[in-house]
Design a binder for this molecule. Structure first.
Ligand SMILES: Nc1ncnc2c1ncn2[C@@H]1O[C@H](COP(=O)(O)OP(=O)(O)OP(=O)(O)O)[C@@H](O)[C@H]1O
Length: 276
């Protein structure tokens, strides 16, 4: 495995206190199906430190979602080991270590926006006051103040996805798992949400794991990009890309940005030739 470290501003240097949030060692996962085994992940070694924004990028079907689901204890590895916050994914899940944002917003249409956000808090048994305070706090954080009493179907797709981000943040996990959250949105909305997500990450200091197909999205958002090969998913490259923290979308025109994007593209190409 080739590791490429792109030197840029040490903007996120203060983020990592050297605490691993996710650690995998020789992690493999094979699905047994009626048509035979599907080798989804192969010998994945990965460390995600506290406060990092880590994107998984790779071709369709390479195992990005599967790796995310292993972190979330929604799939079990067939080989190797993984810890989340130093414990098993199961214990991390029981400790409510992470919030999960899916490709689609997955909101309940019959619940108003604030009551979608408070749903996990109801399940946790928080008081009504605490629920209301958190809903207000996190809806404001995703710029949805004033929309608390709307129903999801009264909001745009981008706003719905921001509600689901507020919901994932509402029980205050340190780790946010986001599986192509903006994949279904038009490019302008996606650009806007990318900027908002970056500001949110800077404000909250959460650790974010983010699945995407988009090279510009990965480079714009991430402090680290994990490039994966076609199935079985292996890590081809891990690229550090700490662009300046206060960047706007204009950063996509800078030489530093284009250099990192080029390295990601090269990694993706290298992954393909491996299988030829
Ligand atoms: N429950 C399952 N049973 C059998 N095969 C599965 C299962 N889940 C995923 N797979 C297979 O594992 C491989 C990896 O799937 P995964 O969804 O992780 O890929 P991905 O990189 O996230 O793809 P995409 O970018 O298209 O969302 C695929 O070949 C998929 O068909």
């Amino acid at each position: 495995m080739q590791n490429v470290a792109v030197k840029a501003e040490p903007a996120a240097a203060n983020r990592s206190a050297g605490n691993s949030v996710v650690e995998t060692e020789q992690l493999s996962l094979t699905f047994q199906t009626a048509d035979g085994p599907v080798y989804a992940l192969s010998n994945v070694n990965l460390t995600i430190e506290q406060g990092e924004f880590v994107s998984f990028i790779g071709p369709s079907g390479c195992g990005k979602t599967t790796l995310m689901r292993v972190i979330a204890d929604l799939e079990q590895p067939t080989q190797g080991r993984i810890t989340v916050n130093g414990v098993t994914p199961r214990d991390a899940r029981l400790n409510r270590a992470y919030g999960y944002v899916f490709q689609a917003p997955a909101l309940y249409p019959w619940r108003q926006v604030d009551r979608n956000v408070t749903l996990p808090l109801e399940i946790m048994g928080l008081s009504k006051d605490e629920q209301a305070q958190r809903a207000a706090q996190y809806l404001e954080l995703v710029n949805l103040k004033g929309f608390e009493k709307k129903f999801p179907w009264q909001l745009s797709g981008g706003m719905q996805q921001r509600v689901s981000i507020a919901r994932a943040l509402s029980f205050e996990p340190d780790l946010l798992l986001m599986d192509e959250p903006f994949g279904a949105l038009d490019e302008i909305t996606r650009d806007h949400l990318n900027e908002q997500l970056l500001r949110l990450w800077e404000k909250t200091q959460k650790t974010v794991v983010f699945v995407t197909h988009s090279i510009p999205e990965a480079v714009f958002l991430s402090s680290k990009i994990v490039v994966m090969s076609p199935r079985p998913g292996r890590i081809i490259d891990v690229i550090d890309c700490n662009l300046p923290p206060d960047r706007t979308l204009d950063a996509r025109e800078t030489p530093e940005f284009l250099e990192i994007a080029h390295r990601v593209r090269e990694g993706l190409r290298a992954g393909h030739s491996y299988d030829d």
